[in-house]
Design a protein around this ligand. Structure first.
Ligand SMILES: O=C(O)CCC(=O)C(=O)O
Ligand SMILES: [Fe+2]
Length: 372
C-alpha cells in the first residue's frame, strides 16, 4: 500500500520527494542533458494471463518484466475482471463518499492500529508544504475474522482467525451496501493478483509458482479514494511518494484531465490518462527490494486539476505477514550481504512512518521519543 513521502517543493531544476521515508530529489534534465526515459505508460494486453500455454504466459511476462525494469508502471488491458464489477464499485464509491460525515466517521481510521476505515479530508499530509492531501478515503485489508476472506484462502493457518479484527465496517443502515460492494471488488482483484504473481515470477526467470508458498494468506489492502477538484494551485490529492507493498493495481474513474502523474528520469511528471476499465499497475518498494533494485518503484502523485470529482481504488498486495523474504538468489551481486525481512515487520515500520504524516496521530515511534 502507499505511502511515504513529503516534500515536493519544485524549483526550476529539482523535484523533491520522499521515497521509503528518505528524502530524495531528481534534477530536471532538458535539451542535451535529457536522458532516454518514458513519456507515456505502455499498454500490456493481459488476455494471455488466462492462456493454458506456458509460452503465452512467458511472452506476457517478458513485456511485464521490461516495463517493471524500465518504468515501474504500466497499464494492464484485457485483464479479465468484469467491467460490471468495476463500474458497480465506482457507483458504490460515489454513494459512500456522499454519505453524511458522521456516518463515515463511525469508522474513523485513527481508531485502529492498522489505519483501517475512513480518512477525512486533509488528514493525510504527504507534503508538509501543503495544507494536507485533498482527498477522503476508506481503507480495508487482510482480516481473517471477516468471513468474506476465508473463502479466498484455502490453505492458511486456522489460528489466524483468532486474531483481533482489523477492519472497521459502518453499521448505519444507509451504509450497509458498502461492505458487500468493496468485498466484490476485493475478491476480483485478489484472484487477479494471484495470477499476476505468476507472471512476475516468470518475468524474473523463476518458476511460475515461486511466490505461492509465501502468499497463502497475503497482506492486502483496498483504498477507496475520493479526490474533489483542487481548490488552490498548491493543492495535491496525494503528495509524491512510492508505494510500500509489493505491487499496486489502480482503477481510476474517467476524468477529462489526467490526475495521476508518474515521475520520469528527467524529472518530468508523465500524466496517466484514464483508460476505460484498464488497471494501472506499479511495482512498489518491497518488490524493488526483493529484485535487488532491478525493478523500479517509481515516484507518483495525484493532482485533480480538472473540474470533475475523481475516484480511484488502489489494490495493494504483499506476501504473508509472517513470511521471510530477501533478494532473489540470482539477482544478488557477488560479495554483497543481503538482509532478510519479515514482511509484516517491514510493512508496520513503513505504516508507522506513514502515520506520522497524518494529523493528530501519535505513532509508536513517537511515543518512544520523549519531547518529540
Ligand atoms: O489515486 C490514484 O490514482 C493513486 C493513489 C496512490 O498513489 C496511492 O494511494 O498510493
Ligand atoms: Fe501510490
Amino acid at each position: 500500500m502507499s505511502t511515504t513521502t513529503t516534500t515536493q517543493t519544485e524549483t526550476e531544476n529539482w523535484v523533491h520527494y520522499h521515497d521509503g521515508g528518505i528524502p530524495g530529489r531528481r534534477q530536471v534534465l532538458k535539451g542535451t542533458a535529457a536522458k532516454e526515459t518514458f513519456t507515456a505508460l505502455p499498454k500490456i494486453d493481459f488476455r494471455r494471463i488466462y492462456s493454458d500455454k506456458l509460452e503465452d504466459r512467458k511472452e506476457l511476462a517478458k513485456e511485464v518484466g521490461a516495463a517493471c525494469q524500465d518504468i515501474g508502471f504500466f497499464y494492464a488491458v484485457n485483464h479479465g475482471v468484469d467491467d460490471d464489477v468495476l463500474e458497480d464499485t465506482f457507483d458504490a464509491l460515489k454513494e459512500y463518499f456522499a454519505l453524511p460525515k458522521d456516518v463515515k466517521m463511525e469508522t474513523h481510521n485513527q481508531k485502529t492500529e492498522k489505519f483501517r476505515g475512513y480518512e477525512a479530508f486533509l488528514e493525510g499530509k504527504l507534503d508538509p508544504s501543503t495544507r494536507g492531501d485533498l482527498k477522503e478515503g476508506f481503507l480495508m485489508g487482510e482480516d481473517f475474522t471477516d468471513p468474506e476472506q476465508l473463502q479466498l484462502l484455502p490453505n492458511f493457518p486456522p489460528s489466524l482467525t483468532h486474531q483481533k479484527p482489523r477492519n472497521q465496517w459502518p453499521t448505519h443502515s444507509s451504509a450497509l451496501f458498502w461492505r458487500p460492494a468493496i468485498y466484490r471488488y476485493y475478491t476480483s482483484m485478489f484472484a487477479f493478483s494471484k495470477r499476476m504473481l505468476h507472471i512476475f515470477a516468470l518475468a524474473l526467470d523463476l518458476p511460475e509458482t515461486y511466490f505461492d508458498n509465501i502468499t497463502t494468506h497475503p497482506m492486502t489492502n483496498v483504498r477507496a479514494v475520493h479526490y474533489p477538484p483542487q481548490e488552490q494551485q498548491s493543492d495535491v490529492g496525494i503528495g509524491a511518494h512510492t508505494d510500500f507493498c509489493w505491487f499496486t493495481l489502480v482503477c481510476q474513474s474517467k476524468t477529462a484531465y489526467p490526475a495521476l502523474e508518474v515521475l520520469n528520469a528527467n524529472g518530468l511528471w508523465v500524466p496517466v490518462h484514464p483508460e476505460p476499465n484498464a488497471f494501472v499497475v506499479n511495482v512498489a518498494d518491497f518488490l524493488k527490494l526483493v529484485t535487488g533494485g532491478t525493478w523500479q518503484s517509481t515516484v507518483h502523485r495525484v493532482r485533480n486539476i480538472g473540474r470533475e470529482e475523481r475516484y480511484s481504488m488502489p489494490f495493494f498486495f504483499s506476501p504473508n505477514e509472517d513470511a521471510k523474504v530477501s533478494v532473489v538468489e540470482h539477482l544478488r551481486r557477488k560479495g554483497e550481504e543481503y538482509e532478510e525481512f519479515v514482511v509484516g515487520e517491514y510493512f508496520q515500520k513503513r505504516l508507522d512512518i506513514d502515520r506520522t504524516t497524518h494529523m493528530g496521530v501519535e505513532t509508536r515511534a513517537e511515543k518512544k521519543k520523549p519531547g518529540y
